[in-house]
Design a protein around this ligand. Structure first.
Ligand code: A2P
Length: 266
């Protein structure tokens, strides 16, 4: 960042410039990248920030969930590629050493502070909606607070599940996480438009009892807490099922049984 504030265009003041380190293309529709984390930047696992690029000397920003946990030295993001999307059409061509910009003000509801205490934590995601949970399931606080953590990830095709499988593998091979996580974490990937071991929308699994059979009981407000991240329709359907189960929606100011957030970039 330039030393002298006068050198920074007004529109970019207060913005952090971050050097991109690793980029990985998962499918022709998704990619992830990591960048350096400013020493002073703090966030709660599950939160999102505005990140982007300088285009025509102006910041072009979108909301992105931080996929890395709050203790990590790097910041990781998982993104969809939209051919004519103003930001993602450019971001997908990032190379190591390039810079992105970030407004360092993390916010969001997919955080422990927005949930009351419970025994099981369900993390329902579709597509790139897995990103905030990649952060949450690598946070020791998750396992201090819950006995069982169930991450569901539903995608159209098998290839789109790869980010989640890699994440679980990273946890298994990590220096200290296996001890923290123990056998509390269940990963439940499903597909809807290509054959795989487990198929179908998780909303259907909840309705027809498949999720209950796999996890040891139906959603229960006495013991269960839920975080949901996906498309607007997916959020609405999962929210209705939480309400049917007698759960109350939570927020940072009033913690509850379940919280929702849109998987932003589209
Ligand atoms: P489906 O193939 O049956 O539409 P998308 O890329 O459209 O966001 O979808 C990602 C995944 O989320 C797909 O597997 C899709 O299933 C599933 N999905 C889409 N809408 C819903 C919904 N309302 N409730 C649950 N899952 C959904």
């Amino acid at each position: 960042m330039p030393e002298d504030k006068a050198d920074i265009p007004k529109a970019l003041r207060g913005m952090a410039q971050l050097k991109v380190d690793k980029i990985r293309h998962w499918t022709d529709r998704t990619f992830s990248f990591s960048c350096e984390r400013p020493a002073s930047f703090r966030f709660r696992s599950g939160e999102f920030v505005m990140i982007g690029l300088v285009v025509d000397e102006k910041p072009l920003l979108r909301a992105y969930s931080i996929a890395s946990p709050s203790w990590d030295e790097e910041l990781e993001f998982y993104s969809i590629k939209v051919a004519d999307g103003p930001l993602t059409s450019r971001l997908q061509h990032l190379e190591p050493g390039d810079e992105i910009i970030m407004r360092p003000k993390p916010v969001g509801t997919l955080v422990h502070d927005a949930l009351t205490r419970g025994k099981r934590l369900f993390l329902f995601s579709t597509g790139t909606g897995i990103a905030p949970f990649a952060s949450v399931i690598r946070d020791p606080e998750t396992y201090e607070k819950f006995d069982q953590v169930i991450l569901t990830h539903t995608c159209r095709e098998v290839g789109e599940l790869a980010y989640g499988f890699d994440l679980i593998e990273k946890i298994r091979n990590h220096e200290f996480l296996p001890e923290v996580v123990g056998n509390k974490l269940m990963h439940l990937p499903t597909t809807t438009r290509e054959d795989s071991a487990d198929m179908g929308r998780m909303t259907d699994w909840i309705r027809d009892g498949r999720l209950s059979a796999r996890t040891g009981g139906p959603l229960d407000p006495k013991t269960d807490r839920v975080m949901i991240c996906g498309s607007m329709e997916m959020l609405a359907d999962h929210k209705a099922l939480c309400l049917d189960a007698g759960m109350v929606e939570g927020s940072n100011s009033e913690p509850g049984d379940f919280v929702i957030e849109k998987a932003f970039v589209d």
